[in-house]
Design a protein around this ligand. Structure first.
Ligand SMILES: Cc1ncc(COP(=O)(O)O)c(C=O)c1O
Length: 227
């Protein structure tokens, strides 16, 4: 009773989900991610429609929080102007990758709310508009070392934390302290704006290099791209 509901809407952005309309009291965003969109600023935002909370949040920001710099706010506003086109493309590519990756023998599971068999697909379909976002995770049928080799072998995807940028990133989440409980072969993918087929082929060649079966390549006998 009386609890304040806070939603982290960083992954979805206000374009795909509007939590205040769905009943949340407060929404937080890491603006460093999709809103900025270029991995070049650190900024956060708190949004609320609860008028009592506003003075408290302002007080807290003024006395405890970090005050945003001019360049960060300028970059965030500039990023916002292209959020729609970036996210549209990233979401479309993510949906395609999720679909293609799920049929892969070395990939035991694809987590993406846009997939009909995702446990919360129906909820996502009710709450999200214009797509299911550009974050995917895949579980590989391998140990930690092999999964790390996949991350190291990509050429377009960068093996790094963070998300929401125009550049595609991937990482093995269980490498982090506190996240060791995750499957050793779980990779989180933040899909960028690069060509979808290039992104897919890059993942395939990385899986191949790490020794995971790549049926397309082994069927045709084609070697992974050189370079
Ligand atoms: C969903 C989500 N919310 C918030 C944050 C925190 O962002 P920041 O590092 O800008 O504080 C992150 C960071 O990865 C995140 O993934």
């Amino acid at each position: 009773m009386g609890a304040i509901t806070v939603v982290d809407n960083t992954f979805a952005t206000p374009l795909l989900v509007q939590p205040l309309r769905l009943g949340a009291d407060v929404v937080v965003h890491s603006v460093s991610k999709y809103i900025g969109g270029h991995s070049d600023l650190m900024l956060g935002a708190v949004v609320t429609k609860v008028s009592d909370l506003l003075p408290k949040l302002r007080y807290y920001r003024a006395n405890v929080g970090a005050i945003p710099g001019q360049i960060e706010t300028w970059l965030a506003l500039r990023g916002l102007r292209t959020l729609d086109v970036r996210l549209r493309r990233q979401t479309e590519t993510a949906a395609l990758l999720a679909e293609r990756l799920r049929t892969y023998p070395g990939v035991v599971r694809v987590h993406y709310p846009g997939l009909a068999d995702h446990p919360q697909h129906d909820l996502a379909a009710r709450q999200m508009r214009g797509g299911f976002g550009a974050m995917i995770s895949i579980e590989l049928d391998c140990d930690a070392a092999t999964a790390e080799r996949v991350c190291a072998a990509t050429r377009i995807w960068t093996n790094a934390t963070s998300l929401g940028s125009v550049e595609s990133l991937l990482e093995r989440r269980a490498r982090w302290t506190g996240e060791e409980y995750l499957p050793a072969g779980l990779l989180r993918l933040s899909v960028g704006v690069e060509d979808a087929e290039d992104l897919l082929q890059d993942l395939f060649q990385a899986l191949h290099q790490a020794g995971l079966t790549v049926p397309e390549l082994s069927r045709t006998g084609a070697p992974p791209p050189a370079g």
